[in-house]
Design a protein around this ligand. Structure first.
Ligand code: 13P
Length: 251
């Protein structure tokens, strides 16, 4: 463990109706609403944000969104702006998740515009990066991460206390039950922190939080959190059940 306050975040993806989301949020508030050893965030689907926000209001659990568009408003059918997210009570927004990159064709340039718009609106972007199975096998992991981080944060001037969060999510570990080995996570996270130091200086590299995501479960969270450069987790499937997610929060 290091000096940075960890963040355990739950990405609920396209799961839960409003009723199911509010029920889960209530159970999470009961079980973990007053946690102090870590920050906690859940990212429900857009339709549930308003109702979940009301439930989280008196707790220490933050709410995030799973995506946004970069423009502040306009004729962009089906999109959601950063100010709409702050308005509904979001503090974070997940940007560039591998499902957005691979299923919806989001480019590094589009992702960079979203990260900038989020920061401008005082939202904390959680920028997701990660290599595919074949990129790892062909030894392209670091060049891919280099490109995703550099282009995702292109042109930004980062201020301490207002840094984005980075989430390393190897695509081959998402939803597969195949967690990256501690050695692989350690190697990538320390690479990412060095990269941030070169781009933005040692101070930002010392405070920026780098989360791991990909088949995180109660059984593997402690080992992951013991790694020097791991500052939390972005949890998919195991965040859907409040009891299981609480066991992860209490790593
Ligand atoms: P799983 O935890 O289900 O592997 O999903 C990880 C993820 O994509 C979180 O954003």
């Amino acid at each position: 463990m290091n000096q940075r306050t960890p963040l355990i975040a739950g990405n609920w993806k396209m799961y839960k109706t409003i009723g199911q989301a509010t029920d889960a949020a209530r159970r999470l508030v009961d079980a973990a609403g007053g946690v102090t050893h870590t920050e906690v965030m859940i990212a429900p689907a857009f339709t549930a944000l308003s109702a979940v926000s009301a439930i989280l209001a008196d707790s220490d659990i933050y709410m995030g969104a799973q995506n946004m568009f970069w423009a502040s408003e306009g004729a962009f059918t089906g999109e959601i702006s950063a100010s709409m997210l702050t308005d509904v009570g979001c503090r974070h927004v997940i940007i560039g998740h591998s499902e957005r990159r691979h299923l919806f064709g989001e480019s590094d340039d589009l992702i960079a515009q979203k990260v900038k718009a989020a920061l401008d609106a005082d939202l904390i972007p959680v920028l997701c990066v990660g290599e595919t199975d074949s990129e790892r096998e062909t030894k392209k992991t670091f060049s891919i991460l280099d490109k995703q981080v550099k282009s995702g944060l292109k042109g930004l001037i980062l201020e301490a206390g207002r840094e984005p969060v980075i989430a390393y999510e190897p695509v081959w570990a998402i939803g597969t039950g195949k967690t990256a080995q501690p050695g692989q996570v350690d190697e990538v996270h320390s690479y990412l922190r060095d990269l941030i130091a070169r781009q933005f200086g040692e101070a930002i590299a010392g405070t920026i939080r780098i989360l791991y995501g990909g088949s995180v479960k109660p059984e593997n969270i402690s080992v992951l959190m013991s790694l020097q450069d791991v500052d939390g987790a972005l949890v998919g499937g195991a965040s859907l059940d409040p009891e299981i997610f609480t066991r992860i929060i209490n790593f």
